[in-house]
Design a protein around this ligand. Sequence first.
Ligand code: EPZ
Length: 422
Amino acid sequence: MDSILVRGNGPLHGQIPIAGAKNACLTLMPATLLSDEPLTLINAPRLSDIRTMTQLLQSLGAEVTSLQDGQVLALSSHDIHNKTADYDIVRKMRASILVLGPLLARYGEAVVSLPGGCAIGARPVDLHLRALEAMGATLELRDGYVHASAPGGLRGGTVDFDFASVGATENALMAATLARGTTVIRNSAREPEIVDLARCLRAMGAQIDGEGSSEITVQGVDRLGGATHTVVTDRIELGTYMLAPAICGGEVELLGGRIELLEAFCEKLDAAGVSVSETERGLSVTRGNGDIRAVNVTTEPFPGFPTDLQAQMMALLCTASGTSVLEEKIFENRFMHAPELMRMGARIDVQGGTATVTGVPKLKGAPVMATDLRASVSLILAGLAAEGETKVARVYHLDRGYEHVVGKLSGVGADIERIKET
Ligand code: EPZ
């Protein structure tokens, strides 16, 4: 397992290109199952999660070809001979559950392993299952798998989410495109990745209204065609790298960044004393000479502050002057980066879903352990600003969601390298 060595090296300057969104691509790829015509995805990120989704789709019989060094994915599903998503793939990546809705909608049957939990929480899929039942599917849980069937095809229905679940909205939206009649999805998630999925499905011939709002209406059609779609910019990678000049000082331009992807996050950066401005090619982030000010953060579904940036924001607030309170309202166990940051001298008190961070003038480099995708990059951000050397172990977590992190950060002056461990 590789590690990453980071040494505090002062202010950063330059440009960082932002890739296509992992969490958009992971729902756009299963959309191929809805049609027997080719789906081409442009601006796809080069990540291990994308390779896992590729393996899963290929295990079902889909063709997935990676072109242009992985930035273009050519998919087609004219020969789906297997409707079972096996546990050995699904356990590696929860997003595998997103093949359930499309398989059910197109073939009237699907057997998908329950994803199991992960480091940040139990991650149930009850909302996914209830949504599909509302469209006439019958579901049985057996031997750790969901056995889903809709022999006469899905029918339009009303889906009422208790919680604006991203994945459940994506499964319901994809399934509804081929259901007979009209489906209304209420309290739907509003994330930009869902808007991106709706745009792609519409290009394939789906009839969708309201994406991005909390009510989506879908008029089912008999079949969908192919499409070529450009994956939306990754707002979580964007926010992550915006925090690099914020925590180290300097000025960095994030190519492809757009403020409307991260308004709540940008408001918090502004309150903390970090300036963000739009440029012709993206966003420029500058940390003035002043201290970082403490701010309070509560994670919420979009358009609120993204849970996927909570760990990274905590790293910044560890160096703020004053005390910040972070409330994690989306996942039940998403503060595992806190004990690792405390090894670097951070002062953090975690009580259930609330972390109280008292800023310190300087963090100290230390050996730390990545526990999940976003925690791993939070430790790298802390290492960029710390005195001395930080060694982040188990960076395979990082490879799931960040392409070329060493190249992107060293390109703006960070002292960072990846070391192979036996
Ligand atoms: C998506 O996960 C993202 N993953 C997550 O990003 C992100 O943190 C999350 O949305 C919230 O924004 C992908 O898009 C692949 P949810 P998802 O359904 O769909 C509970 C990353 O770092 N819930 O909105 O699983 C669930 O337990 C990852 O890139 C149910 O109770 O998120 C959680 O507490 C991490 N029942 C909350 O809702 C369900 O059926 C949010 O889940 C579904 C979810």
